[in-house]
Design a protein around this ligand. Structure first.
Ligand SMILES: C[S@@+](CC[C@H](N)C(=O)[O-])C[C@H]1O[C@@H](n2cnc3c(N)ncnc32)[C@H](O)[C@@H]1O
Length: 377
């Protein structure tokens, strides 16, 4: 398949097809996209159209900041060769789970095989702030099943477990709390016993409600976008939603799931320092990313970034897309367009589902799609 000229691609982009009809729905797309929650996850339909407009079948698409893998999963389903990269261990586990396709019957047979597992795991080592969310027996079961899934390399089921580990529905394992961001409600409810295995089975079944291909061409990397584990000139297109300045905290918001992913509180602090999410170091860190992208991209390859404005005060707004465009010009990239994509504040995931950052993020309403290409070097 040959791609249309850039002018035509940009004209289609301007029509913002992901905002129309069915595609406007937050949950458009296969269930696999919803294995687990993540702050800053992009809409699957948005990912779908960026991939459709800017890449061809068989192209290698890199997302250097892949989060829970929305862009790579959609790219994989569309016949592209997807590469997902992220430095957050929880995001990495969820992306790996989306690419661990063995089919539902295989997963159900495995779950049947562990039903007689001794579920009385030790909880002495569990910090109080984690214990607070659970009935003791539920916590024991989660820990026992998690240990077994890790030992058996069952990435898909581990992702499903992390997906239900907290939330506000009876399908979730914690006391009633946020599905995206965990918090202790006031007044604090009693954490009831929630049997884990039946809920895990239901979750796995839900994820397989649609027909997803059993095989994938995807690669999932745990790594820093500033030093990608990829060959020079190996990437056809970069499509990504990088962090923007200090808007979201990918560690604190995910603290409970990160703990179950094996990152304790102390290491969560170290992780927060390593991720690109501090305002004062943002541009220098993104410059390092730009150099690395230039190395792995083919000549003339496109780089599509989704970046939002950050409102510091009524009169002070940071236009992240423009800042990155200026920065990358010096690195050997050409900007072709910056297309605005307005999102009603009420539709941002955070505001919809609540959580401690809801108010802060209510101001973040404008995404911009930055379209660049790597100059011939
Ligand atoms: C806006 S989120 C991406 C969300 C993703 N598009 C999705 O739908 O889930 C930005 C991501 O950048 C990751 N990140 C921050 N600094 C990074 C770095 N130095 N290297 C790789 N990933 C990084 C964060 O962990 C976060 O997952």
């Amino acid at each position: 398949m040959k791609l249309p000229p850039l002018k035509t691609q940009l004209a289609i982009l301007e029509t913002r097809p992901w905002t129309k009809g069915e595609y406007a729905k937050q949950n458009w797309g296969v269930w696999m996209h919803s294995i687990s929650a993540y702050v800053g996850r992009i809409k699957p339909s948005f990912a779908h159209f960026l991939i459709e407009i800017f890449s061809a079948q068989g192209n290698t698409i890199l997302d250097p900041f892949s989060g829970v893998g929305t862009i790579p999963l959609e790219a994989d389903n569309m016949g592209r060769i997807a590469i997902a990269n992220d430095l957050n261990p929880y995001a990495n586990i969820i992306t790996k789970s989306k690419f661990d396709r063995r089919g539902l019957s295989n997963e159900l047979i495995y779950l049947e095989s562990i039903k007689d597992l001794d579920l009385k795991a030790e909880t002495n080592h569990v910090p109080e702030w984690v214990k607070e969310f659970y009935h003791e027996k539920t916590l024991q079961e989660i820990l026992a099943i998690r240990k077994r899934l890790l030992a058996d390399g069952r990435d898909f089921l581990l992702g499903c477990l992390l997906g239900i580990v907290h939330g506000h529905r009876s399908t979730h394992l914690s006391m009633r709390t946020g599905y995206i961001i965990p918090y202790i409600p006031n007044p604090k409810p009693i954490a009831e016993y929630r049997e884990v295995l039946p809920r895990l089975i239901s979750k796995a079944k839900r994820m397989y409600s649609d027909k997803v291909p059993d095989t994938t061409n995807g690669t999932v990397i745990f790594g820093d976008a500033r030093s990608l584990k990829l060959e020079d000139r190996s990437v056809d297109v970069v499509i990504s939603s990088p962090p923007y300045y200090h808007t979201l905290d990918y560690v604190h918001s995910n603290r409970l799931r990160l703990w179950f992913a094996g990152v304790d509180f102390e290491n969560q602090y170290l992780l927060a320092d390593n991720l690109i999410q501090q305002r004062n170091t943002y541009l220098s860190a993104m410059k390092e990313v730009g150099k690395e992208l230039k190395r792995v991209m083919k000549d003339n390859a496109l780089c599509i970034f989704i970046l939002g404005d950050v409102h510091l005060s009524a009169k002070n707004t940071l236009n992240t897309a423009q800042d990155i465009s200026d920065l990358y010009k010096d690195l050997g990239f050409t900007t072709h367009a910056i297309v605005d994509d307005e999102i009603p504040a009420s539709k941002t995931t955070i505001v919809k589902y609540g959580g401690e950052n809801a108010i802060k993020n209510k101001k973040q309403k404008l995404d911009r799609i930055l379209v660049m290409s790597k100059n011939v070097s």
